[in-house]
Design a protein around this ligand. Structure first.
Ligand code: SOE
Length: 366
């Protein structure tokens, strides 16, 4: 059976997922057959050009014509268009993968998770960093008890593309379209990894900051207000009393895409940095330093599908692994995680951090 996939969005994420689908038959021969069937967007010329480059058979300018025609729907649009097309697809019984954060507000995320529940088909919230081999290696170490009882989780996601006050305004700077800034765009990934590796978030104390209040619209004299955070930090308590600190910024000068995690347990500690994604630093016991483990052996998660041991993987491979897992679940009908409920759980934490910043006090995550 060939799965016909409809994809809304053809820029950064459209390219990442189209590339992933193209790699599947070469590297994951047991993946379902997939056809990049239809690419959806508003600008017909740009769309036709993108469809050509990204290997799509057809184009459509209205998602409503697509969601019930395809076998799988990918929603890779800006956050404010996550809810309606995804819900329409689910109401038609079509499995959906949606980019993160799940929505631009909690109410929309709740509606999406409800629609997923009623549809009973696989869904995916696209937290691609779960699929870094070193992150799965870390999860295996934690689950096998090698790190002992976890006491601390520390996660930071640093970028610098807004440090220039003249950097142009985009939908990512707008609360209506994005919901939040660094918090939802970057923090959502860190919060998902905290849940994946350690456990659910119970309560938070958050702090948000916008450093530049308006930005020029590309190429003109017009300026538009920035209505989201440029950076956030939060203290959090995870289930079981684990202490967590979380942080993200678009103003971390010199840091392009620096997502790092540290975990301390009673028997050892772990460190991971996306800038060295083939490595995991592991400290066992309290009298030795960190040992760098290269997660590039064929016995390591996903590595056997690629190159001989030591031939390193990169950022784009996380999307291939994510597409493999989700599309395999679509074909088999098996449960898939992270799904829309995981996306909703992260959205609850995002909302609680925003509320905590507004109220100036700790907020429970319900
Ligand atoms: C933002 O710059 C961004 O592209 C995020 O939207 C992605 O989720 C992250 O993986 C890389 O940075």
């Amino acid at each position: 059976m060939t799965l016909e996939v409809g994809v809304l969005g053809y820029r950064f994420m459209g390219k990442a997922h189209a590339n992933a689908m193209a790699r599947l038959p070469m590297f994951f021969p047991d993946a379902p057959d997939v056809e990049r069937h239809v690419l959806v967007g508003r600008d017909e010329d740009a769309l036709a050009d993108a469809a050509d480059r990204l290997g799509f058979e057809n184009i459509a300018t209205d998602w409503a014509d697509v969601v019930d025609e395809v076998d799988v729907f990918y929603n890779l649009g800006p956050n404010h268009v996550h809810a309606d097309p995804s819900i329409a697809a689910l109401e038609a019984g079509t499995p959906v993968l949606c980019e993160k954060p799940l929505a631009n507000d909690l109410e929309s995320a709740e509606r999406m998770a409800d629609a997923a529940e009623s549809a009973g088909v696989p869904t995916a919230a696209a937290f691609n960093y779960r699929y870094v081999p070193a992150i799965q290696y870390a999860k295996n170490l934690i689950e096998s008890g090698e790190i002992g009882e976890i006491h601390h989780f520390r996660g930071q996601y640093l970028q610098d593309w807004l440090v220039d006050p003249e950097a142009p305004w985009s939908w990512r700077n707008d609360a209506e379209m994005a919901g939040s800034g660094a918090l939802g765009d970057l923090g959502a990934h860190t919060i998902d990894l905290a849940r994946f590796l350690v456990g659910d978030v119970a309560r938070v104390s958050g702090h948000l900051r916008t450093f530049v209040d308006e930005r020029p619209v590309d190429g003109g004299d017009e300026a538009r207000p920035v209505t989201v955070d440029d950076a956030y930090s939060a203290q959090a308590e995870l289930e079981g009393g684990v202490m967590a600190t979380l942080e993200a910024s678009r103003f971390a000068t010199g840091h392009k895409n620096d997502h790092s995690i540290e975990i301390h347990g009673s028997e050892g500690s772990l460190k991971f940095s996306l800038e060295r994604l083939n490595e995991l630093e592991v400290l066992r016991g309290d009298d030795r330093g960190y040992e760098t483990i290269l997660v590039t052996d064929e016995s390591d998660p996903y590595v056997e599908h690629w190159w001989p041991p030591g031939h390193v993987l990169g950022w784009e491979h996380t999307f291939v692994h994510e597409n493999y897992e989700f599309l395999s679940a679509v074909e088999s009908g098996d449960e898939h995680h992270p799904d829309f409920h995981d996306g909703l759980a992260v959205q609850r934490v995002l909302a609680a951090i925003q509320e905590s910043d507004e109220r100036g006090e700790w907020v429970e995550v319900n």
